[in-house]
Design a protein around this ligand. Structure first.
Ligand SMILES: [Zn+2]
Ligand SMILES: [Zn+2]
Length: 168
């Protein structure tokens, strides 16, 4: 469910191999495994998550190598990033034009396509700020899983939802 299909992953791996060879980047086992992890994930993982997953297959990998490799992949144009830089940056191997749904509670990030959003015009005020490369829409919300968990909590403890009585 949370994995990209095999064909997509193979296609991304091919792109990685040819980009690495034309950039003169050595294709080490660790780099390949790090890229494979991002390429097969639908989670838009951050470096920590990539590290945890790769470490299961490659116990000698270090968090440092993961960071350096992810930014190298970014420089090669093989992944993009999302989220503000000051928080933990997440990596995305889907280079096709797409938008994101982000759950503000659990951090879930899912891709979706929309011809309507692709066609959104950028206001002149933005163009005055600088050259526009892409426009990507981030829809924020509370995912159905988090919403269901909250409903379960409310049933067990109905007062848990009475935020109005105790404003923060
Ligand atoms: Zn959620
Ligand atoms: Zn994405």
């Amino acid at each position: 469910l949370n994995k990209a299909d095999r064909l997509t992953v193979d296609c991304r791996l091919d792109r990685f191999r040819s980009a690495a060879s034309s950039a003169g980047v050595k294709l080490t086992h660790q780099r390949l495994e790090i890229f494979r992890e991002v390429a097969s994930s639908l989670e838009h993982p951050d470096a920590e998550a990539v590290f945890r997953a790769v470490r299961r297959r490659v116990p000698t990998v270090s968090i440092d190598t993961v960071y350096r490799t992810l930014w190298m992949l970014n420089d090669l144009g093989l992944v993009t990033t999302l989220g503000p830089r000051r928080e933990s940056v997440r990596f995305d191997a889907n280079l096709d034009r797409h938008h994101h749904y982000i759950c503000v509670r659990c951090g879930l990030a899912r891709d979706f396509d929309s011809a309507e959003l692709d066609a959104l015009g950028v206001p002149a005020a933005v163009q005055a700020m600088g050259r526009v490369i892409t426009t990507q829409v981030e829809v924020r919300g509370i995912c159905s899983r988090c919403a269901a968990a909250k409903n379960r909590t409310l049933k067990r403890n109905p007062r848990a939802g009475s935020r109005a009585a105790t404003p923060r």
